[in-house]
Design a protein around this ligand. Structure first.
Ligand SMILES: [Zn+2]
Length: 445
């Protein structure tokens, strides 16, 4: 690979290898700084300060939320989950952290936490829960990870020596390897090296803390049992939803048994606390009207991951018949088209997605990518510019902006973007490409 294949203005269509190269992933390093565990009170080898945890969270979580199709536009639902989470957080060991709880538009079943307290659950998992106590258990578990400082611990042990920004690993972490491979071809982004790295002991500790916090908040321990039972049962009832996830949350049988045992021992006196099923059902009623469409999307996403693109398209079509303005459905359909190199159709769906959710960034990346493929560099540039305004900090965007400028023969602007890119990323094919160009243009000797 000599970095010369790609283009300014002329013909050569990309080969598959070029395509893979072009879309390859870039990584950025992280800084590390010592501490007493807020949970156990014991000294821990933690080289990451609280300030840094918050900083890492701020830099990374918006990219993950966007990879999950943004926060739901249903403000009432979002507020409900945030209020429920904050009530539980107030009973945690680190109540001062800047917690936020949100629902993201992804359909796969999961929840996750960033080290500064940004916590999200997918609409897929909300549909699988039966009452508010289960929701409190779920959020309590994620709070457990934040409070026991699991991410900071992992980073300090060198398990997470670098987090990937603008890369592959989030999708591997949350959706499985094939999807990650596919998505990286589109230069899609995420931050999930931070997410997929909990040990089994971390999971046990988060469960124990989650139970503690939710019961102290006033929820019956049955909520944790219900959550664990759901996770355990999901693999049988709805394989399409579960295949995509929970590389991050294994050992569900053990976790279920532990919840039952602690509920009967340590938390016996709390057994009559309420579960608030009715309140949960009221607050999720609107979401549950999307159930049929979301199931179609879950199946479609699985088909897409298995590279059965025709089948996937059928399911996305069915979903969009039910909910024509569903951002996730539109983005998935666009993605599916792009995987098949149907760029024009991909653009149509991406632009529709932009219309229904103009503040969400992912659709701009997709159309920008597709417009580069169709050599509409000016339009591609505008898409990436909008993307960067909405979601700064993705190195890929900067590279693509440079690439689009180069396509328009704007050498000075292209050089400018490539230099910005190289300040963030010094390794990989894109960095080599940018460096090569800058050398050719006389910016470097
Ligand atoms: Zn966990």
């Amino acid at each position: 690979m000599n970095g010369e294949l790609l283009v300014t203005g002329e013909k050569h269509p990309m080969t598959r290898r070029d395509f893979l190269w072009f879309m390859s992933v870039s990584a950025a390093g992280f800084m590390a700084g010592c501490a007493t565990s807020p949970v156990t009170g014991r000294r821990q080898l933690i080289l990451v300060s609280e300030e840094q945890e918050i900083q890492i969270d701020k830099q990374n979580s918006p990219h993950q939320f966007s990879a999950d199709y943004g926060v739901v536009q249903d403000e009432a639902l979002n507020r409900y989950v945030d209020q429920t989470g904050k009530a539980v957080a107030a009973r945690s060991h680190r109540p001062h952290m800047p917690y936020s709880f949100r629902v993201v538009n992804a359909n796969y079943v999961n929840a996750y936490a960033f080290p500064g307290g940004s916590i999200a659950c997918t609409r897929g998992i909300l549909l699988s829960l039966d009452n508010e106590a289960e929701l409190a258990a779920l959020l309590g578990h994620e709070l457990g990870h934040v409070n026991a400082r699991h991410t900071a611990q992992q980073m300090s042990k060198g398990i997470l020596t670098q987090a990937v920004v603008g890369g592959l690993s989030v999708l591997v972490g949350t959706r499985g390897a094939t999807y990650g491979e596919l998505a990286s071809q589109l230069g899609m982004i995420g931050a999930g090296a931070l997410l997929a790295s909990y040990s089994r002991d971390n999971e046990r500790e988060a469960d124990a803390l989650g139970m503690e916090y939710m019961v102290q908040t006033g929820y019956g321990p049955q909520g944790m049992i219900g959550l664990m039972d759901m996770l355990r049962g999901l693999s049988k009832r709805k394989p399409s939803a579960i295949e995509l996830m929970f590389a991050t949350h294994p050992m569900s049988d053990e976790r279920y048994r532990t919840a039952v045992e602690t509920a009967q021992s340590e938390y016996k006196s709390a057994e009559n606390l309420r579960l608030y099923r009715e309140r949960y059902m009221d607050n999720t009623a609107k979401l549950r009207t999307l159930n049929g469409a979301i199931e179609e999307m879950q199946i479609g996403e699985r088909e897409m991951m298995q590279k059965k693109f025709d089948n996937a398209e059928d399911h996305f079509d069915e979903a969009l018949k039910l909910v024509p303005n569903d951002y996730t459905g539109l983005v998935m359909m666009s993605t599916c088209k792009l995987f098949q190199k149907k760029y024009k159709e991909g653009i149509t769906y991406a632009e529709k997605a932009q219309q229904v959710y103009p503040e969400e960034a992912q659709a701009y990346h997709l159309s920008g990518f597709a417009k580069i493929q169709t050599r509409d560099f000016e339009a591609a540039y505008q898409e990436f510019k909008t993307y960067e305004k909405l979601l700064p900090g993705n190195a890929n965007t900067i590279f693509f902006k440079g690439y689009a400028q180069e396509g328009m023969q704007h050498i000075e602007q292209a050089a400018n973007e490539y230099q910005r890119y190289l300040q963030l990323v010094q390794q990989g094919d894109k960095a080599r490409y940018a460096y090569q160009r800058l050398k050719e243009w006389g910016y470097y000797k």
